[in-house]
Design a binder for this molecule. Structure first.
Ligand SMILES: [Zn+2]
Length: 365
């Protein structure tokens, strides 16, 4: 715990004064049996007693939920079609028009209606995560079936193309919620990573809203989320929310929400998870293909190994060089001596003396 606090403080000094926190979402993996049973009972009670305001948004109605451009790209289901409706301001971050205004309005009024009912009936409201004290979990009041379809039919096809290395094509569960910002609501969200492989964030509505940009600081693996190193310039990005427009990014791309300076805003967030991916990376420690910190660490280790190897090999290497130099010298000297011998042979008629001289020279070979 002390170590984590130290890490947070170290990081907070280095990255925009923000304190980095890990999201502790209501992931089933981390819940004990008792909590799971309690949550099940909590949801059952709501489903039995809550009367929805807009029943039509509880079943998938793609034509009325999504913009025609988004639907057309999904129907075409090709990388080119997805790219044609998307803007990619930074590698791995995609923005695109997704939800129709009427659907956004209905979802907002449904959330307000639900919160009112919770208050009136004196029930407890469960917040989306430890970092979102203002907002509700959409799965708690019956929207799970449409969110399941959101993931399988509308996010997975895109994620399968753009996030293949992160289980994009095997997304199979979700945590869906709305977060509210503004007057007496959340004014900012600290830098964090999501408990998700892929995160979708869509602004549902904003009234006189300013500030509150979604800011990014780059992708890091779990071990390096709290890394104190500065993000590279190309990892920094600020996104201004526009109602109906979605931003899709990796859950491990560190991000937060800048302070809201005026007005109100409400966003729909869908954390998409892949159990297959989580199983595969459970014991993995090296993410150097996408985590800059892992890459830097690996390069440093390789350089150290290389240096150690070089030091170990030096005597051998030196011996080889010395031998080569000796051979070179010997061969030069032999060549010189042979030249002398030839010269002497040519100028001297005394055969006996020539033989004696040749035998002396041959000693050098
Ligand atoms: Zn890493």
């Amino acid at each position: 715990m002390i170590k984590l606090v130290k890490l947070l403080l170290t990081f907070s000094e280095k990255v925009d004064g923000a304190i980095l926190q890990n999201f502790v979402g209501p992931s089933k993996r981390k819940m004990d049996v008792l909590r799971v049973a309690k949550l099940k009972k909590y949801k059952e009670d709501i489903l039995l007693n809550y009367q929805p305001l807009h029943k039509e948004i509880y079943t998938m109605d793609a034509q009325n939920f999504f913009t025609p451009s988004f639907l057309s790209a999904i129907q075409e289901n090709t990388e080119a079609a997805f790219k044609s409706i998307m803007h990619e301001p930074r590698p791995g971050i995609y923005t695109f028009d997704m939800l129709q205004p009427l659907f956004c309005q209905k979802l907002i009024s449904e959330v307000i209606h639900y919160e009112k009912w919770i208050l009136e009936t004196k029930r407890k409201i469960l917040r989306p995560s430890l970092m979102n004290k203002y907002g509700v979990v959409l799965d708690d009041f019956g929207l799970t079936p449409i969110l399941d379809t959101f993931v399988t039919d509308f996010i997975r096809p895109i994620a399968g193309v753009f996030y293949t290395e992160f289980g994009g094509s095997s997304l199979d569960s979700h945590h869906g919620f709305v977060v509210e910002y503004g007057n007496s609501k959340a004014v900012k969200v600290e830098l964090h990573v999501d408990d998700a492989e892929v995160s979708l964030n869509v602004c549902l509505g904003a009234k006189d809203f300013s500030g509150g940009q979604l800011f990014f600081r780059g992708v890091r693996c779990h071990e390096h989320t709290n890394s104190g190193t500065q993000p590279e310039p190309e990892e920094i990005f600020n996104h201004c929310h526009v109602p109906g427009r979605a931003i899709l990014h990796l859950g491990c791309n560190r991000h937060g929400v800048k302070p809201v300076t005026s007005g109100n805003g409400i966003n729909f967030v869908l954390w998409c998870r892949s159990s297959t991916y989580r199983g595969l990376v459970k014991t993995k420690r090296d993410f150097s293909s996408w985590c800059r910190e892992c890459k830097r660490k690996k390069e440093e280790e390789e350089e150290t190994m290389h240096q150690v190897k070089r030091v170990k090999q030096e005597p051998e290497w030196k011996r080889h060089l010395e031998l080569l130099l000796k051979r070179e010298m010997l061969s030069s000297f032999s060549f010189y001596a042979f030249g002398l011998f030839q010269k002497e042979m040519a100028n001297d008629d005394d055969h006996a003396r020539n033989i004696a001289y040749a035998s002396k020279v041959s000693l050098f070979f």
